[in-house]
Design a protein around this ligand. Structure first.
Ligand code: SF4
Ligand code: SF4
Length: 249
């Protein structure tokens, strides 16, 4: 069980992207050259240089147009499927520290990125094409070890992000959910018992640009589907991402 947890209350996110910048600053990640794609979502996707990203989705509903923002990043699963898949190939490539934080090590360069991505329910791991090292959010394990809160959470000006002991964050999440439900009856917490990064969504999941795949232990059958040919099938049928392209992100 993770000692710490974080709450992402997307109903409070204004997409200022201060969290994106703070993450880059703290982790000394370079900027990425991008082109104008007609969207404020920039860069377009997570990468080894972008551990967190605000995803934009525009939703038309009768007379109303809504713009929903989603801070994507590793959820630090309590029983991480990425680690389970990695352990079958290279011991110690993906580890979990004493706080429950899931960390990629240098040994990830020995893993097959497609297998690790398929194993992740949220499609988070990315690989450097040159070094073959894999990377993702570290939950700012170095800051936490020194009594500081994660850089992205510290930077958030609207209170959309919170960090603390897991029990406290769960309490806060349930309190906040009660409040948000008064205005958005469909609001709910996502995967609370499975992850350290808990999301409060005020609209249905399909109204956000996010990826959620079928979950479950990596059994022989599921593993077979992760192999190259199977991955094709898995991508379209069994494990097909729910994320949908928005008319405009
Ligand atoms: S979200 Fe994906 S990358 Fe992060 S711990 Fe879970 S399985 Fe691993
Ligand atoms: S917890 Fe740290 S590494 Fe993870 S997204 Fe936030 S700033 Fe980046």
């Amino acid at each position: 069980m993770g000692k710490y947890a974080a709450l992402v209350d997307v109903s409070r996110c204004t997409a200022c992207r201060g969290c994106q910048i703070a993450c880059k600053q703290w982790n000394e990640l370079p900027g990425e050259k991008t082109v104008n794609r007609g969207t404020y979502q920039n860069p377009p996707d997570l990468s080894v240089a972008t551990y967190t990203l605000i995803r934009f989705k525009e939703v038309s509903d009768k007379d109303e147009i809504r713009w929903n923002f989603f801070k994507d990043q590793c959820r630090h699963c309590l029983e991480p499927p990425c680690k389970e898949a990695a352990d079958m190939e290279v011991n110690g490539a993906i580890i979990q520290d004493q706080n429950g934080t899931v960390l990629f090590t240098e040994k990830t360069r020995l893993l097959d990125i497609n297998e690790i991505r398929e194993a992740c329910p949220y499609d988070i791991p990315r690989q450097d094409p040159n070094t073959k090292l894999m990377a993702k959010c570290t939950f700012c394990a170095d800051r936490i070890a020194n009594g500081m809160i994660p850089a992205c959470i510290k930077a958030c000006p609207t209170g959309a992000l919170a960090f603390g002991l897991r029990e406290k964050i769960l309490e806060m999440a349930n309190e906040r959910l009660k409040f948000v439900k008064e205005r958005f009856p469909l609001a709910r917490l996502i995967d609370v018992d499975e992850v350290s990064w808990i999301y409060l969504l005020h609209q249905p999941e399909a109204e956000f640009q996010m990826t959620v795949r079928a979950k479950g232990p990596i059994t022989g059958a599921r593993r077979a589907l992760m192999k190259p040919l199977g991955a094709l099938v898995a991508g379209t049928a069994l494990l097909g991402p729910v994320a949908t392209d928005s008319p405009r992100e």
